[in-house]
Design a protein around this ligand. Structure first.
Ligand SMILES: Cc1ncc(COP(=O)(O)O)c(C=O)c1O
Length: 409
């Protein structure tokens, strides 16, 4: 937690030097905030520190500032007590040692890649990876001599792809839209066996329902824009690690690239995280029951949700996850595809949108087409991704019932 006493002392040291026994003139008074007594003040919220400049107590403190450890403060870009508070909270939830916060989920994933991969190296990514991560591999890394290989979305046969150039195995479980899961314990063991680092996108489950670091994964990444933010109004990402050397690599890359986050986004995340437990529990419960009801409908071919007993990797989900979040997918029939625009245009409650994790429920039609390496008949059909929010479950039940009645008629 921030040290208020230290803040007050530093501030008064600056004021003393300016005064030198003479009264301050008004223009000077405008630039220096007076000290107020904070000793009787206590609040449940985290102060939003805005800082580019960070000032130092004395000449020696400034001269030795670069010797400070990475948890300390040098310049606002590299963290303030507000950022450190969110880092510490995420670290604790992920069972890690340190966390870094970056401007988006996408930048959290790419930060890991940029921190550990050099020209000539290869990263292994799953076929169902968040599509902008694949684009990053194709359009950014590849022209710079960093290669990628795509492994099966169910994580099978990864070892066949390993050669000495492989330096990172990336996982996303369940993966984007088609929801296939990878076995993180097996991936972590493979990484250890071959001396390869491993990372996982933990956005769907959040550390409330899955702790990749506990399973042996080196980097646990989250798009905080989703469940931590919880209100569809912020963009942030995080990477948590159990190893200080990996944290140093991440922080070095952030420093070189000038990556930092603004205090308002972090303040919103600190507010959002307070209610994440109840939001996620509610959305997860409602999503599971709606997924079950949809899969029981005669006119629904296939629902993709790991908590459904007939989901292909349901046992894996039961083994490693302590719950499920509010996102699942429904594979549409040809008839339902034909009626899709009509159905979406008649939605009353759910919004049409691609993100998730907010209070409003969302639907997003996704066409995968040729976008995957491992052919699957599902990819030729439209998949409706559904994110359940915090509306009354009965209203959502009615809305989804109406939607599928329209789609099937
Ligand atoms: C699984 C997953 N990872 C990462 C991201 C990227 O997050 P952001 O939108 O904050 O860049 C998303 C966003 O949709 C996502 O679904």
């Amino acid at each position: 937690m921030p040290n208020y006493k230290l803040f007050a002392r530093k501030n008064s040291a600056v004021v003393r030097r300016v005064l030198r026994g003479k009264p301050m003139r008004d223009a000077t008074k405008c630039t220096i905030h007076p000290n107020v007594d904070q000793s009787e003040f206590s609040s449940l919220t985290v102060p939003t520190y805005r800082a580019s400049t960070i000032v130092f107590d004395d000449a020696q403190a400034f001269a030795t500032r670069l010797e400070r450890d990475l948890d300390s403060y040098f310049y606002g870009l590299h963290g303030t007590p507000t950022t450190r508070t969110l880092e510490a909270q995420l670290t604790s939830l992920e069972n890690g040692l340190r966390t870094v916060i970056v401007p988006s989920g996408q930048s959290a994933a790419t930060l890991v890649f940029l921190s550990v991969l050099l020209p000539g190296d290869t990263v292994l990514i799953p076929d169902n990876v968040y599509p902008p991560v694949l684009e990053f591999c194709l359009d950014y890394l590849k022209p710079r001599g960093i290669h990628h290989k795509i492994y099966r979305p169910d994580g099978e046969r990864i070892e066949e792809l390993i050669d000495p150039s492989v330096k990172l195995i990336w996982a996303e479980t369940p993966g984007s839209t088609t929801m296939e899961m990878q076995d993180l314990r097996a991936i972590a063991a493979l990484g250890k066996k071959h001396g390869i680092l491993t990372g996982a996108d933990n956005t769907w489950a959040t550390p409330l329902y899955l702790k990749p670091l506990d399973l042996g994964i080196d980097f646990s990444m989250q798009a905080l824009s989703k469940y931590v933010g919880g209100h569809s109004d912020l963009l942030l990402g995080s990477v948590s690690v159990k190893d200080l050397e990996l944290r140093r690599k991440l922080r070095d890359t952030m420093r070189m690239l000038g990556i930092g986050v603004g205090p308002d986004e972090v303040a919103l995340a600190l507010r959002g995280i307070e209610t994440m437990g109840v939001r996620l529990q509610h959305a997860g419960k409602v999503a599971s029951s709606l997924a079950e009801e949809l899969s029981a409908r005669e006119d629904v071919d296939l629902v993709l949700h790991p908590a459904l007993p007939d989901f292909p990797q349901h046992e894996l989900w039961k083994r490693d996850f302590s719950g499920s979040s509010g996102v699942f997918s429904v594979v549409l029939s040809a008839k339902q595809e034909a009626n899709l625009d009509d159905g979406l245009n008649q939605l009353k409650l759910m919004a049409i949108g691609a993100s998730w994790g907010g209070t409003r429920s969302l639907v997003a039609p996704v066409t995968i087409g040729q976008g995957r390496k491992f052919a699957n008949a599902l990819h030729q059909r439209t998949i409706l991704r559904i994110s359940i929010g915090l509306e009354d479950p009965e209203d959502l039940r009615t809305e989804l019932g109406n939607l599928f009645d329209i789609l099937s008629n």
